[in-house]
Ligand binder design. Structure first.
Ligand code: NAD
Ligand code: GLY
Length: 374
């Protein structure tokens, strides 16, 4: 009988540093035990242009031969068609089962590269080299890989835990402001689930934007976020559908019911995913207040921290009815019943099912929230 993957298999080795990009080769050799000869880099033109040379040189110095497959930049390229092109390029480069795929980029590249690694020759090793804040603290950790399809976002995929995650926070210096804010919103999501300590450290780190990269604060915060996510993933690695307790992996989708609906209602062209999550966090907090399960002060604290990490795009013109209809197709729903992640307080997530909250309350809170945020 095949043993289920151990915790170490699922989370791999994670190294977050500052100015450490040129040591990716040694990291990869260490993770792969010297067996891999070829490293296949999945990236996009923009990120590869910025960091490809350093990464390739480091891998070659460590004894790997390298080949590259570049995909288009953006969510719309996270498709089976892009994955097939990458797989064909891997075959052309004669990548073998003992070789490794390294994803150099944001969550789009990481999800697609991981998926290609999961299905090429029925699965080869994958290393995540995330270059966005969101990818460093969220998408590179926990083994979810996949692509989007005509019938929904992330609907084709596999759990394929990376053999290692390696990041250099200095890569974030070239990241556009909107992407920093989007990643910071996902950090607020983790902090809301974790507790007031992490929430306050998140605010402190992003309030003083000029010194974001001086000192160790950002790298330490990234590590703390990963540790939080890893703890949740560790005890519910495959997101057991039956679990409804406050430590289920489902809680990592806090803020995502509204986020996915906002993204869908605007054809995935208006919000960065993390920005939509920012609004989703506030809406979930408003609903928690409405149900009288969460104190007003905790909701105010979430508004305060979110406003301190950056400015979100306006919600003007977004129709409550259109957003509400999308809730019914949320991936978290079980047997057609809505599941929402709400808060009993900061650090106390709770999964609420559709029968504990009326459609009328969900809609009226949404309507008031959208009006308030215009
Ligand atoms: P992204 O991958 O599209 O990257 C955002 C933009 O930043 C892109 O234009 C990219 O080219 C650019 N970029 C990346 N690194 C850069 C750098 N260092 N300097 C300058 N530009 C850089 O978006 P994202 O927010 O990183 O990831 C979003 C994706 O992650 C979505 O597809 C989402 O579904 C997925 N995701 C997956 C998980 C998971 O558990 N697998 C979790 C959360 C999100
Ligand atoms: N980003 C949600 C998860 O990894 O489960």
């Amino acid at each position: 009988m095949k043993a289920s993957p151990s915790v170490t298999d699922l989370l791999g080795t994670i190294e977050i540093g500052q100015g450490n990009l040129a040591s990716i080769g040694a990291f990869a050799q260490d993770r792969l035990g010297g067996r891999a000869k070829r490293a296949f880099l999945v990236s996009n033109r923009k990120v590869f242009g910025l960091y490809g040379q350093t990464v390739e040189a480091s891998l070659q110095k460590a004894g790997f031969s390298t080949a590259t497959g570049l995909i288009g930049d953006g969510e719309r390229f996270k498709t089976l068609a892009s994955a097939e092109k990458v797989l064909a390029a891997m075959a052309a480069a004669r990548i073998e089962r003992t070789d490794v795929v390294i994803s150099l980029g944001g969550g789009v590249v990481g999800d697609l590269g991981g998926f290609a690694a999961a299905i090429y020759l029925r699965g080869i090793k994958h290393i995540q080299l995330p270059t966005t804040l969101l990818a460093m603290i969220d998408s590179s950790v926990g083994g979810k890989t996949g692509v989007n399809a005509s019938f929904g976002k992330n609907t084709i995929g596999a759990f394929h835990p990376a053999a290692g995650v390696f990041a250099d926070v200095d890569c974030l210096k070239t990241l556009p402001e909107r992407e920093i804010v989007a990643g910071a919103c996902e950090m607020v999501k983790h902090a809301a689930m974790s507790g007031k300590g992490l929430l306050k450290r998140t605010k402190a780190c992003f309030s003083d934007r000029k010194s974001l990269f001086s000192g160790e604060n950002l790298a330490a915060l990234v590590r703390e976020n990963i540790a939080f996510k890893a703890k949740i993933v560790d005890q519910d690695p495959f997101e057991d559908v039956k679990r409804t307790d406050g430590r289920s992996r489902k809680i990592l989708n806090f803020g995502h019911t509204l986020a996915h609906a906002l993204e869908k209602a605007t054809n995935y062209r208006y919000f960065r995913h993390g920005e939509a999550v920012g609004y989703g966090i506030l809406y979930a907090a408003e609903l928690s207040k409405k149900l009288a399960i969460c104190d007003k002060q905790d909701v105010e604290l979430l508004y305060d921290v979110l406003h301190s990490v950056g400015v979100l795009p306006s919600l003007a013109g977004i129709e409550p009815q259109k957003v509400f209809e999308t809730f019914q197709f949320d991936k978290k729903n079980i047997s057609g019943s809505l599941q929402m992640i709400l808060l009993r307080g900061i650090g106390r997530p709770e999964i609420i099912s559709g029968d504990q909250i009326s459609s009328k309350t969900i809609f009226s809170t949404l309507e008031a929230f959208l009006k308030l945020q215009k």
